[in-house]
Design a protein around this ligand. Structure first.
Ligand code: AVJ
Length: 325
């Protein structure tokens, strides 16, 4: 993209280094094997996630979009003129409701999308540049940690950090603590944080959303193994695994697994790693926690993030929390 309103900075790339595979080694050598969810999002995985968002069973995207559509103008009234920084921006589709609203405040609007997939970032920037003729886009490719650290060091504008889609649900308690500390640390006093959270609801609705009839979520889950094959010269055979998502009622979280249907060994050459699977053994590839607005509000307040406003839909299926440091 050659446009004076667009820049792109890489903090991690598709080069294969043993270094950024350490998290894969740690995850696959635990008793309950796991994998970090960010490995879902290569170019194909990002596209599959976009497909998931269109599924009738997958209510979060559509519900959050409806809340943003309804309340974007209210949000601009609370925050005033701010720069928008989005973590895990993906296709930036829902963000358009905010861009539309902030545009009407009439100031040089800057949007900083952050994503681990450079391909989806470029694609979405391209169409935003066309649809928003005055928008400045400063994309960053890398992990949240890499990109937020950079923002803290270089950017002193009044800002709002966006973390939509309930992606925060992918973090366990400890990871969530560390993540929120990172966000709080990147904000100056007075800056805003807009957080999308999927809310607790009946098990049948949740399990249907993560076990869709068409098998798109299954393909998304299995694609992580293909991403690892490519990135670390691996030989995972996706035909030896089956997708399953279950709702853990005690922990209030969806847990997504890949189940090995026979005993076998897979290798990741670049990581010098051989992984033995027993018949029926699982890799947990994702947790997706489901929240309660009051509990989350208290949690954030303890982290210096004070709730200014919370927004939800009529079914109370999804929440949007606007907080200020
Ligand atoms: C992007 C992490 C919010 O947890 O619902 C969708 C990912 N996984 N279907 C979610 C996902 C399976 C999604 N997040």
């Amino acid at each position: 993209i050659n446009n004076s309103r667009f820049s792109l900075e890489y903090f991690s790339n598709s080069e294969v280094t043993k270094d950024d595979g350490q998290d894969v080694i740690n995850s696959l050598t635990k008793k309950q094997k796991t994998l970090p969810p960010r490995y879902f999002y290569d170019a194909k995985g990002s596209q599959l996630f976009e497909d998931i968002c269109q599924l009738s069973e997958y209510y979060p995207t559509r519900t959050e979009a409806s809340i943003l559509k309804q309340y974007a103008n209210d949000i601009t009234k609370v925050t005033g003129k701010v720069e928008l920084i989005e973590l895990g921006s993906g296709s930036s589709t829902k963000t358009r409701f905010l861009l539309d609203a902030y545009q009407t405040l009439d100031y040089p609007l800057t949007y900083i999308p952050i994503d681990v997939s450079g391909s989806i970032l470029k694609e979405s920037a391209n169409s935003l540049l066309t649809d928003y003729p005055t928008l400045n886009i400063q994309g960053k490719v890398g992990t949240y940690q890499q990109c937020l650290t950079n923002i803290k060091a270089t950017d002193k504008q009044p800002k709002m950090v966006l973390f939509l889609g309930s992606t925060i649900g992918n973090f366990n308690h400890q990871e969530c603590d560390r993540f929120i500390d990172l966000v709080t640390d990147s904000l100056n006093s007075g800056d805003y944080f807009l957080l999308g959270i999927d809310l607790q609801k009946p098990q049948e609705i949740l399990e249907a959303a993560y076990n869709d009839i068409q098998g798109v979520t299954a393909a998304f889950n299995l694609n992580m193994l293909q991403h690892l094959n490519w990135k670390f010269q691996g030989n995972f055979d996706i035909n030896l695994f089956k997708h399953q998502a279950i709702y853990n009622n005690q922990e209030h979280q969806i847990e997504m697994y890949l189940i090995s249907n026979q005993a076998h060994t897979a290798t990741l050459q670049i990581l010098d790693l051989a992984i033995d699977f027993a018949e029926g053994e699982t890799i947990r590839t994702e947790i997706s926690r489901k929240f309660n607005i009051e509990q989350m509000t208290k949690y954030l307040a303890n982290k210096e993030l004070v709730l200014r406003h919370s927004y939800t839909d009529t079914k109370q299926w999804f929440g949007l929390l606007l907080c200020q440091k």
